[in-house]
Design a protein around this ligand. Structure first.
Ligand code: C2E
Ligand code: MG
Ligand code: MG
Length: 652
């Protein structure tokens, strides 16, 4: 800052001022020099005049004539006298006048000298007379003395003026020299400072270039793994695709860690980053040795993207690369924070699936991995065009869902629950139904997972709960109502208050309501959910464990909570008929449930045969198409209150 001010203002101003001073002083120096030379000239003129206005020569000639009587001396004396008189006519000279200016004293002296000189003439004409000689000499001595006085005065004044002029001249010379030295020093300072400043600026420019380079690197690369990011990857794919030979195939692999490692979301950020960084290292190492793998990148989510180019002779096919990568993860991934067993989902697509843009391949690989995650039990999935249609339908459903919930298009249907021994309906399960004006009926298996992913499940869940609590009151008052509760609802802070409020508003007694939660729901946060369920039970609401047997089926889930009801997944109803082992397992679960004091209900009973087997095993309650699928409230009301209305399954 101070450097800048000095360079921008200080030095230029100083140099300009010094230049001005140098100019002014040069002018004064020039004038002083001229004055000095002039005064010198004057002094010399004055000295010359002192020689001219001198009576000594005339005195010598008179004295010599008096002694030798030489007529030449007399003539010479006459001539010298005339010259003296002539000289007096031009006296005082200009130089005298300039030195002393108009002086009455000199003027008087001069008049006196000239008058006295005129008195000499008669004595000079009579030099043979010794008295004349004496008189002439006396007069001459008087004139000489006066002249000497004047000369002395003028020469002293001339010397004084000349000395003053010389001093002035020398003073300006010294000033000029000093100014030149200062000017040079300031200029050198300016140059030095400019140099320093430009060094500093160069340093700053270098630093900012470095920073720009770092920023550019950060913009293009992922900070955790150091790999290029998905944006750069897309550019590489696009440019590689443009130069692809007709016999070559470009494939993209999407390796997704998040979906197949639910726990990754529970890890701290540090652990998650350690896993991602180590996985990146493993992949880097692996792809270095795979022919045809051109680019490894970090995907937008918790995963990686890989590009391969191969033809019939060179390079590996995407399927081979995908399987090799899959095999890498058969062993735990070592990280600085410990080893983790992860099993990524891998989806891949190749350039034959491109429709418009090369980046379609990336999107197709993305669809493939999404499919592997959500719908397929396989870990390596190749893209198929049907996936695009599914995705498009999912998008349509997703976009329409929020509005449908708002417009009460999603309504509960009720599926009866039966006592298998008596055939009597003792309850109903509320199951969401959605009729879309263009797509028709949309199954909850389709829209519930979508709603769970985008958070719409909470508002949907509360609407179904409230509507079913109201509508079930149109049915006989001893019927129980089962409602499915999603994980997002259970985890919301006000779940207990919401349920209490809902029962108060609809007037349904808490003892008639049962809430169904699944094993997967419990897995998300067992302790917290158990606490909430205890609070809900304390309101008098019954709690059911839904779909038991499809998840991890840990016995601890059965025994760690006092379930009012355990609903066994429908797959058991089908398998129990043919599989003895399944029947044994069912027996065991029924035993545990009895010990725990929980009711058991088997879902998905479709045939009489299934029902008979299950009755033999001791199952008391069931639900399934054999007895009736989910029905709209009007239909189920008719079932109960029509003239030949029934509460029992006719087949029993
Ligand atoms: P769930 O709670 O296990 O519901 C039972 C599912 O089995 C229902 O499918 C029902 O229609 C079906 N089902 C009943 N009997 C039979 C049978 O004999 N054979 C076969 N194959 N299926 C039978 P749905 O209605 O498609 O519901 C699917 C799942 O969607 C439900 O499974 C439940 O987890 C979820 N869901 C449905 N409605 C809601 C809701 O309002 N809230 C929440 N959170 N989830 C819901
Ligand atoms: Mg259910
Ligand atoms: Mg179920």
């Amino acid at each position: 800052m101070i450097f800048d001010k000095l360079l921008r203002i200080g030095f230029p101003a100083l140099c300009a001022s010094l230049t001005l001073l140098l100019g002014v002083n040069a002018y004064s120096l020039y004038s002083a020099q001229a004055d000095y030379l002039h005064k010198d000239q004057l002094e010399r003129s004055v000295l010359y005049d002192t020689l001219r206005f001198n009576t000594t020569a005339l005195e010598k000639l008179i004295a010599r004539y008096s002694a030798l009587k030489s007529p030449e001396d007399a003539a010479e004396a006459g001539k010298t006298y005339e010259a003296l008189l002539n000289a007096f006519e031009t006296w005082p000279s200009d130089a005298y006048s300039e030195i002393v200016g108009p002086s009455d004293y000199i003027q008087d002296k001069l008049v006196h000298i000239v008058r006295t000189s005129n008195r000499l003439k008669p004595f000079l004409d009579t030099l043979d007379d010794q008295t004349s000689v004496s008189n002439a000499l006396i007069i001459l001595q008087g004139i000489g003395s006066s002249l000497q006085q004047i000369n002395q005065m003028v020469t002293q004044e001339a010397a004084k003026q000349m000395s003053a002029a010389r001093k002035t001249f020398h003073f300006h010379q010294i000033v000029q020299d000093a100014l030149v030295v200062v000017f040079l020093l300031v200029s050198l300072g300016w140059i030095w400072f400019s140099n320093k400043r430009s060094q500093v600026l160069q340093g700053q420019a270098e630093a900012s270039r470095e920073q720009t380079r770092l920023l550019e690197h950060r913009l293009d690369h992922d900070g955790v793994t150091g790999l290029v990011n998905s944006r750069v990857f897309a550019e590489i794919v696009r440019s590689t695709h443009e130069t692809l030979a007709p016999d070559q195939t470009l494939s993209i692999l999407n390796i997704d860690l998040e979906s197949r490692l639910p726990a990754i979301n529970k890890f701290s950020l540090v652990t998650e980053e350690a896993i991602l960084a180590s996985t990146a290292d493993l992949l880097r190492h692996a792809v270095d040795r795979m022919e045809g793998v051109n680019c490894l990148a970090r995907s937008g989510g918790k995963g990686f993207l890989l590009m391969t180019v191969n033809d019939e002779e060179v390079g590996l096919t995407a399927s081979v690369v995908a399987n090799r990568i899959h095999d890498i993860f058969l062993r735990p991934v070592p990280t600085a924070l410990g080893s983790f067993l992860i099993s990524p989902a891998i989806g891949y697509a190749d350039s034959s699936t491109v429709e418009r843009d090369a980046t379609d391949i990336i999107r197709n690989a993305d669809l493939a991995v999404g499919n592997a995650v959500s719908y397929s039990r396989r870990r390596v999935v190749t893209y198929e065009p049907a996936m695009r249609a599914e995705m498009e339908r999912r998008t349509i459903v997703e976009n329409a869902l929020a509005r449908a919930i708002e417009a009460n298009e999603c309504l509960p249907h009720f599926q009866p629950q039966f006592n298998l021994m008596t055939g009597r309906i003792f309850g109903v399960e509320a199951l969401a139904r959605w009729y879309h004006s263009e797509l028709g009926w949309i199954s909850p298996s389709e829209f519930i997972p979508i709603a769970e992913r985008n958070g719409d499940i909470v508002s949907l869940g509360w609407k179904i709960l409230e509507t079913s609590c109201s509508e079930v009151q149109l049915l006989p008052s001893d019927l129980s109502l089962s409602v499915n509760l999603s994980v997002a609802q259970i985890l919301s802070d006000d779940v207990v208050a919401m349920l209490d409020e809902c029962l108060g508003r609809t007037g349904l007694p808490a003892s008639r309501l049962k809430l169904e939660v699944t094993e997967t729901t419990l897995m998300s946060d067992l302790r917290r959910i158990q606490t909430t369920l205890v609070e809900l039970r304390s309101l008098g609401i019954g709690i059911s464990l839904d779909d038991f047997g499809v998840g991890y089926s840990a016995l601890s889930y059965l025994t760690d909570f006092d379930w009012d009801e355990i609903k066994i997944d429908r797959s058991f109803a089908t398998k129990a008929v043919k599989d003895r082992k399944i029947r044994d397992i069912l027996k065991m679960v029924l035993g545990i449930a009895e010990t725990m004091g929980s009711d058991v209900l088997i879902e998905g009973i479709e045939t009489v045969e299934q029902r008979d087997v299950l009755v033999d095993l001791g199952c008391a309650n069931g639900q399934g198409y054999l007895f009736g699928g989910p029905m709209a409230i009007d239909d189920i009301t008719t079932l109960f209150f029509s003239e030949n209305g029934q509460r029992s399954f006719a087949g029993i």
